[in-house]
Write a protein that binds this ligand. Structure first.
Ligand code: FMN
Length: 334
């Protein structure tokens, strides 16, 4: 399957969340969706030599590396490092509003400088053979999205951007925290749908506030090429991702939370045997039974026990047994 087809449903890049362990959890629930790394800055890779940030398992594929930066040469070098590390796509972050990122002049503030983004895209395109894509907002501050977004997209497409994910709200660069910037600026889905009319040949994924598979299907039926889901995929992974393969990709079967846990056990075993801590993985598994019987005991047992010395797969199996017990009780009473 081409990577653009995998992008029909993707899981958004999220700093501190979509690390390699998290991606492995998500991969047990969907074999087809495109996964993204957390943002890695080109400076960390090229100037800081932090190549450990690129480490991942081929079992996570297909995975795209998201880069943050605004220096075309440096981004080109970072993209090459990403390609060599085995990533299937390089994505440029033009959506992140945090102060730290603004001071480095990248992220959402780049919406004001489409020429520079185009230079970054074309430099990366020349450096790598894998697709170069962009994740952006609909605009920033007092920009008029109806005017700036088509102009922005035209520039990056001309520079060789092969796909775009649009977080369907503005970023307000002054006065809002990054978290508020994910909730307060209003969503404008119709604007993103209009972009598909203006750019029928561009693969466009919509992002922002999508909380269910039904909603994702609705956007695909409305003509968009892809749907990118962030927080809902993280907090309620089984609800959002467990049926993605059959429903969105027409392949595979529905995966339950319990099946995902079992599929994680060899990975967990290898991680703790190698000296890693259980909690580094299980913190991304807390939502596997969200909205289901046993959700609370599952979260509690893992939250309380996984950071203790020697915690390993046995704790996960104990917690799973408790979940099953709660499920049985719920069945009996219901
Ligand atoms: C904890 C967290 C970290 C994020 N980090 C990034 C990031 O590194 N790069 C990026 O492009 N967007 C980042 N985002 C934004 C998400 O990719 C996504 O655009 C946003 O959460 C809206 O989608 P959602 O409503 O489906 O969560 C982050 C979001 C969250 C919640």
């Amino acid at each position: 399957m081409q990577i653009n087809q995998h992008a029909k449903l993707s899981i958004a890049p999220m700093m501190d969340w979509t690390d390699r362990h998290c991606r492995m959890v998500h991969r047990q629930l969907t074999h087809q969706s495109l996964l993204y790394t957390e943002m890695v800055t080109s400076a960390a890779l090229v100037r800081g030599g932090a190549l450990h940030l690129l480490a991942f398992s081929p079992d996570e594929h297909p995975v795209a590396l998201q880069l943050g930066g605004s220096d075309p040469k440096e981004l080109a070098q970072a993209a090459m490092l990403g390609q060599t590390a085995g990533y299937r796509e390089i994505n440029l972050n033009v959506g992140c509003p945090s102060d730290r990122v603004q001071s480095g002049c990248f992220g959402a503030v780049l919406m004001e400088n489409p020429g520079l983004v185009a230079d970054c895209v074309s430099a990366m395109r020349e450096a790598v053979d894998i697709p170069v894509t962009v994740k952006c907002r609909i605009g920033v501050d007092d920009q008029n999205p109806d005017e700036v977004l088509p102009e922005f997209l035209a520039r990056i497409v001309a520079a060789g951007c092969e796909r775009v994910s649009i977080h369907a709200r503005k970023a307000w660069l002054q006065g809002l925290s990054p978290k508020e910037n994910r909730d307060i600026p209003p969503l404008d889905y119709p604007l993103v749908l209009r972009m598909k009319e203006y750019f029928p040949n561009l693969h466009i994924s919509i992002n922002g506030g999508i909380t269910s598979l039904e909603q994702a299907v609705g956007f695909l039926e409305a003509g968009l090429d892809g749907v990118m889901i962030g927080r809902a995929a993280y907090h309620t992974p089984t609800d959002v991702l467990g049926a993605v393969d059959p429903v969105i990709f027409g392949t595979g079967k529905v995966v339950t939370g319990e099946e995902a846990v079992h599929a994680m056990l060899p990975y967990i075993e290898a991680h703790v045997t190698g000296g890693g801590r259980l909690a580094q993985i299980t913190r991304h598994m807390l939502g596997l039974f969200a909205n289901r019987p046993g959700a609370r005991v599952w979260r509690r047992m893992l939250s309380e026990g996984a950071h203790l010395p020697n915690a390993g797969p046995a704790l996960v199996l104990d917690a799973l047994a408790q979940v099953r017990h709660h499920q049985e009780l719920a069945q009996q009473s219901g």
